[in-house]
Design a protein around this ligand. Structure first.
Ligand code: DQA
Length: 148
């Protein structure tokens, strides 16, 4: 199995950025934790980040037929981007939406998620562990599929 992990704008500033909301761990810590979890489970993974909506759309388009699952934290684009929603629907890659913070308990505008409309599952409010839970989800779905 091969997973693509995509992170949207400002997630490269983890550790610096509003640590009371997003925690003190850095983006490098996130990358390290996800790679370690995937290695432990024998899953291939590529992890990318961009501050640009257009670049994220292109990354999703390029993932077509190359990945079995997408773990996506679209960050602020979660709440605005029909283009990212359409890109996920276009390539048909099973997607888990992840947010570090509990978006449902923050400002009203953060309660809307366009990407979530195409996601199999949304995990929020668990920090970096949310990404690891998403990896575990894909692992369980795949092993379940093999068994049946
Ligand atoms: C976020 C939540 C978004 O509302 C915010 O714009 C982000 C990060 C999260 O991981 O909690 O940039 O996606």
């Amino acid at each position: 199995m091969k997973l693509l992990v995509l992170n949207g704008p400002n997630l490269n500033l983890l550790g610096i950025r509003e640590p009371e909301i997003y925690g003190k761990k850095t983006y490098a810590d996130l990358v390290c934790a996800v790679k370690k979890e995937c290695r432990r489970r024998g899953i291939g993974v590529k992890i990318l980040q961009s501050n640009s909506e257009a670049v994220l759309v292109t990354m999703i388009q390029k993932a077509y037929k190359k990945y079995d699952g997408l773990i996506f934290n679209p960050a602020a684009y979660t709440h605005t981007s029909v283009a990212l929603l359409d890109a996920i629907k276009a390539v048909g890659i099973p997607t888990v939406e992840v947010h570090l913070s509990e978006v449902s308990k923050r400002e009203e505008f953060r309660k809307i998620s366009y990407v979530g409309l195409a996601a199999k599952k949304t995990i929020a409010g668990k920090g970096i562990d949310g990404y690891l839970e998403a990896v575990a989800y894909f692992d369980s779905v795949t092993s379940g599929a093999l068994k049946s």
